[in-house]
Design a protein around this ligand. Sequence first.
Ligand SMILES: [Zn+2]
Length: 236
Amino acid sequence: MRDQELRERLALACRVLYCEGHDHYFLGHLSARASSGDAIWVKPAGLGLEEIQADDLALMDLDGRKLEGTHPLHNEMPIHTEIYRRRGDVHAIVHTHPFYATALASSQARFELVGQDSVLFARGVGRYPSAELVTAIEQGQRVADALGDLRAVLMKNHGITVVGETIEQATVWAASLERSCRVQLAATQFGPLAPIAPDEVERMEERFERGYAGRTEALWRYLARKAERSAVGRRQ
Ligand SMILES: [Zn+2]
C-alpha cells in the first residue's frame, strides 16, 4: 500500500476508535508500518483521536527518531518500536486508554469470554503488570513480553495495546476488546458470569476466523462509515 493511503487509513482508524469509546483527552496513539518497512507512521501528541487527519501523522524510525511531521511525538513510543521489533507479523498497533478495558485492567478480574466480540480473544489477553507509562525501551520490551504472540495486552491501571496484521484488524479488534470489557462489567452486575462454553468458543472462533472471510474488513467499513457520518475529524 502506498504511504498516502496508509496515512489516510491510519487517521481514519484514530477517528473510528474515538467513536468507539477510546478517547481520553488527547492521549492514546496508533501506528502502522510505513511501506519502506523500517519506519512507522504514528499519531502525534497534542491532538485528540477524533482530530487526526493524514497530514498530522509523524514518521519515525524504530529508534524513536522523528523523520517527518510537525507535531511532537507521544512519550510512549517504546510500546510501538519494541513490538514491531519483536513481531514481524504486526503491521499496526493501537495503544489507547478506553474506559471499560482500563477499568478491567485496574482490577484482579480475569478477562472472560462472555460476549460475541470476546471470541476474537479466545487465546487470551496478556497482562502488563506495571501502571507506569511506557517511556523506556526496557519497558517497551516488557510490554512485548506480556503481549507474546497474542492480539492484545491489558496494561495495569493504564489501558490496552492491540496489534494486527493490518490497520483494519488492529482497529476492529481494539473496538471489540473495549466492547467485550463493557459487556463483562454489565454481566457481572446482573449476577455470576456465564462465559461461553469452550466447545462453542472453538466453533465460533473457527467461524469468525475462517468461515466468514472478510468479516474484519466488513466491520471496518461499517465503523469507518459510522465515524464519517459523525462530525468527528472536522477540526476548527
Ligand atoms: Zn498510555
